[in-house]
Structures are given as C-alpha cells and as structure tokens.
Ligand binder design. Structure first.
Ligand code: ZN
Length: 594
C-alpha cells in the first residue's frame, strides 16, 4: 500500500508545471500574512490577505524545528512573550545558517542593525494590524517594498535549501547504507525523523496524523531505533505522504440543488467516500482514471448498471473502455488521535474491479413493487443504504447514532463490491435483527443484502436466490416466509387493523421457531378466515386457494423446531418476494375490476 501511495505521489509530482519547484527539500504551505520591509530592514507594514499556497523549505515536524522565512507569529516576531522565546530563537538560528545569501540582507537587518525600527516595531503593530485571534495564527512571510516576489520565493534561496538538503542526505547515506523497504534502492537514506503529517483523516487530529511512526519503545523491535524499523527512505516517505494527502483532499466544488430547488455549492471529493463519521475509503488507479463505477455504487442508474453488466459479462467486450490495462487501488482509513488505522487494502486490475462491480449489482438486484408507478422494477440499492439498513433505529424512526456498526458494515460491503469479497455472516445476523424489530420490516434494501450474503456464502444447498419470486423447488424456510406473507394478507383483508398485525406479533417467532409459531398462527387464521368469508366470500375463496397452493409445497405438520441463521434469511426473502407479488397482483385485480 505504501509503495503504491509513493508511486502516486511521484506521479502527482511529474504532472506539475515545469516552472513549479518540485523537490524533497521543498513543500507547499499556506501563507496569509506578509511583513513588508524596506531594503535597509526597517519595518513598513503588516498585511493580511486570503490564504494562498506557497513553496517553502520542507520540514516534516514542527517540534523543535523552524522553517526558513515562513512561520507563525511566535517564531517570526516572538509574539506571546517568554513562552515564544525558544521558538523565536530556533527561527533566528535557521536564518543565521543561511546568512551568506545576498537576498537575506534586508531580513537580517530587520532583526539586527534595524532592530528597534524593525522587528520590535513589527511586534508592536502586530495586534493592531491583525486584531482577529484566528487570523493571528496564519503563516507570515517577508517581502521587500516594491519587490514582486516574497523573499523565501527567490530562486537563490530555494536553490540553497535544495543544496543544503542534498548535502545532508549524502552524509546520511554514507552513514546508513540501508536498502529502502519500499523502492528497494539505497539512493536516499533512511532517516529517523517523522515522515510527515497526513491531513483530513476522519476523526484524526486537525494538525494531521502519522501513518508510520515509532514514537514509543513498544513499537520498536530487533534493537532497531525509530524509522529504521520500517526502513523507508526519505524520498519514499515524502512521496507516500504527498500521495495520501492528495487522495484525502482532492476534489472540486459542484453546484447541487436542494429539495426546495435552491442551488448551493458543495465540495465533492474525487478520490474519497466517507462512511459514518470515522471512516473514509480512498481509491485511485495507477493511470489516474475517472471511476464512474464508484459513483454507481452511490447512486445506481439502472441503465448504466445494465450497460456495465452487459459489457463485462458478454465476453465480446465491445466496449474497449473495459479492457484497458490499469490497476485499481483502495484503502480504508480511520483516525484515532494522532494515528491512522488502516482498515482495508484492495489491489486489483481495473478489469477485475469492473467485473466485481457488475457482479455486485447482479447480486444485490431485487424486484420491488413501486406503488406510485404501479409496477415492479429491479431495485439496485445504494451501498450506503445497504449498510444503513443494518443500523439500529430510535423510536422516532431515525437511525441510532450510537450504533457504531455502520462503518464496519460499510467496510465489508465496500470490499464486497470492489473486490468480490463475501461479506461476513455477522452482517446477516444484524440485518435479520433489524428486519424483525424495525417497523418497516423486510425492506427492499434488507432483502437485497440478505440475498447478497446468502448467495455469496452459497448457503442454501444449491438454492440460489434470484431477483424475483421462486416457483417450483425451493427450501422449506423460503416457503414458510411466503405462507407467512399470505396469512398476513388474509388477516389484513379480514380486519383492516394494522395495529394488531401478525407481523408485529409473530414474525420473529415464525422465523426462528416455525413449528410452534405456525401452529398458533394457523389457529388465528381460521378465525380471520371465518370473518372474511361472511364479509367478502369471493376474496376469501381466492386467498384461501392461494394459501392452499403454498401449503401444498411443504408438510405443515412437520415443520422443524428451529430455523438456522441461513434459513432465517431464506424465510425473510420468501416473505419479501411473496409480498411484492401480492402488491402487484392486487393492483392487477383492481384494474380488472374497474
Ligand atoms: Zn525508497
């Protein structure tokens, strides 16, 4: 994973403009404040402006270090009094180490010969120039009055930074001679300094998190110290950090319409999807291709899904887009304070990735009756909705935020969609629990998830669940689900009272202990049937005939005492399929009557 992130970082560097400075010794940092000085080092003014990016000396960690010519007010002006003295001293000593450079003369004079008219004056005016405390935390750079570029942006200064960096790398290389575990070379030394911070990790600290770090003895082994434990060279360390930071933050603003039709701008990540508040899935390809298939997972369009399945499974591969050789990568990250937890890593060919997504849609496809359109259509659930269908709900019907399983389910499903992995059975337990306890019962999303898990586990003795209702030979638990749905509709026809529905009272019982449950439900049914026969004899005969048809396929006197987890899943699917069929045929009956 680190190797591929490093390759990505290198690829991003080569895409940069020729005129841009790209080197391990340099890095982009934000700047929002300028101290303008005269040639003689006397202070002119302090200016605040909107945050911009600028290329400066790269330092991998702030602690105990100062950057050349660009830093916060504590370092640059000794703002904050005594407690800033150490930071300010570091800043001055860094400046001192470059003092032979002609371009630095004005700044050096600002701190030395012209002190009272320079740095002291700037410090006195700092709060007046920048009254807002938040703005005071911005990075400060220097500019000589009348000069277009800032002092740290001058070519001679950047070249000197690179020169110093390369000299120190060479010295280290002579000492270490270690082979890098990522690039397999010893072109750059392995240095025991932090690799650099990863920003925007979900639930990570705002200053950034470390992916590889040995800040405690407990993480070290074989007598190796610090970064020698992972042996990542300075170049690979910088490039993987750049690659990862780019994946976490790349994107652009798009305009979306709210439900009320109002337009607003939202930021859309290009290589990242968030699941829950603590998990992010990152994805990319070696050749940096757009991946519309990932958007499909989020908002499936039936026509696009059909096209994808067709082109991947037809064997003729008419669509050349699906044949391009490229590698697909995905890593799933969660932050925990200053560290990053890698929850998953997927590496596959782009072709297999697309095949997996096509297979995913086939496995989650399920028929759903649409009451508004009065027709049955194939339902392709959003991956996020599948994950959410396992989440506990509160009494108000909203999902329970304390149920932390959402991200865990999503990670498994992500792997199932992108890598054709089989989701674990504990997700089946979870979704069945929700189907039993939630007032919406077996929704299309839940049925899709149950179908996916049962089919991928091949649990069902060769019985493969399809999108639509099964005829002919099918497992007993599936038929029991169908019978339950039919009994429910007879009760509904007789009583029209949803409050005392048999689903609320008997669904769990019937799904887990069929023998005893069905005995009681059939007794109850005979009462409903008697009532229905006197109210609507025609309907009573039809429904009873349909019930008898279903009961013919099983021996209702020899139901097993309990159903296994897989059978419970089959029961739920049988129930779901039967209900969709009933919705459909009841519409048809009504239309015929009319
Ligand atoms: Zn390396």
């Amino acid at each position: 994973m680190i190797k591929e992130l490093s390759e990505l970082g290198k690829a991003i560097r080569t895409q940069k403009d020729e005129n841009e400075w790209v080197h391990d010794a340099l890095k982009e940092e934000p700047i929002s404040i300028e101290i303008v000085i005269n040639e003689d080092g006397s202070f002119q003014k302090i200016e605040l402006f909107e945050k911009k990016m600028t290329i400066v000396e790269a330092i991998t960690a702030k602690k105990g270090k100062a950057r050349l010519l660009l830093d916060k007010a504590e370092e640059v002006l000794c703002y904050g009094g005594k407690k800033s003295e150490k930071k300010h001293a570091l800043f001055l000593s860094k400046l001192g180490s470059y003092k032979t450079l002609k371009d630095l003369a004005s700044v050096l004079a600002f701190y030395e010969e012209n002190k009272s008219n320079g740095v002291e004056k700037a410090l006195n005016e700092f709060e007046t120039a920048i009254p807002d405390e938040k703005n005071q935390k911005g990075n400060i750079g220097f500019r000589v009055q009348g000069c277009g570029e800032r002092i740290h942006e001058k070519t001679a200064i950047r070249q000197k930074i690179i020169e110093k960096y390369e000299t120190s790398q060479k010295t280290l290389l002579v000492k270490s001679q270690q082979i890098c575990s990522i690039c397999g070379k010893s072109d750059y030394p392995v240095e025991d300094i932090p690799h650099g911070m990863i920003k925007k990790v979900p639930e990570g600290q705002s200053s950034g998190c470390a992916l590889v770090s040995y800040n405690k003895n407990a993480f070290e082994s074989y007598d190796l110290k610090g970064n020698n434990n992972s042996a990542i060279c300075t170049n690979c360390a910088k490039t993987y950090v750049e690659g990862l930071n780019s994946l976490l933050s790349s994107g652009n603003e798009i305009v979306v319409k709210s439900k009320k039709g109002k337009e607003k701008k939202v930021f859309r990540y290009s290589n990242r999807k968030n699941f829950g508040k603590d998990t992010a899935m990152l994805f990319w390809t070696m050749k940096n291709k757009d991946l519309p298939e990932i958007d499909q997972l989020e908002a499936p369009d039936p026509d696009d899904v059909a096209r994808l399945i067709e082109s991947v499974t037809s064997g003729t591969e008419r669509d050349s887009r699906y044949l391009e050789p490229d590698q697909f990568y995905s890593c799933t990250l969660s932050g925990s304070a200053a560290r990053i937890a890698v929850r998953d890593w997927i590496e596959t060919s782009l072709f297999d990735f697309r095949k997996a997504i096509a297979k995913w849609f086939q496995d989650i496809a399920i028929d759903e009756y649409n009451g508004d359109l009065k027709e049955t259509k194939t339902h392709y659930a959003r991956l996020y909705d599948l994950a959410r269908s396992c989440q506990r709900t509160n009494e108000d019907g909203k999902t329970d935020k304390h149920d932390a399983s959402l991200a865990r389910v999503a990670v498994s499903l992500w792997n199932g969609a992108l890598n054709n992995a089989t989701p674990p059975l504990w997700i089946l337990t979870k979704v069945l629990q929700r189907a039993r306890l939630d007032k919406y019962g077996v929704t299309a999303d839940r049925a899709a998830l149950i179908k996916l898990i049962l089919n991928r586990h091949k649990k069902g003795g060769g019985f493969v669940i399809t999108e639509t209702i099964e005829e002919g030979n099918r497992p007993i638990a599936y038929v029991c689900g169908q019978i339950f749905a039919k009994l429910e509709s007879i009760q509904y026809a007789a009583l029209k009272d949803l409050n005392a529905g048999i689903r609320e009272r008997y669904f769990t019982y019937a799904m887990t202990s069929p023998a005893s449950a069905f005995g009681r439900i059939f007794n109850l049914n005979s009462k409903h049937f008697t009532k229905l026969k006197s109210d609507k004899p025609g309907l009573a005969v039809t429904l009873d005939k349909e019930l008898q048809e279903l009961c013919k396929d099983v021996d209702i006197n020899s139901f097993s005492a309990t159903f296994s987890l897989e059978q419970q899943g089959q029961f739920a699917i049988g129930y779901y399929h039967q209900r969709q069929k009933q919705f459909n045929s009841s519409t048809k009956n009504k239309t015929e009557e009319e």
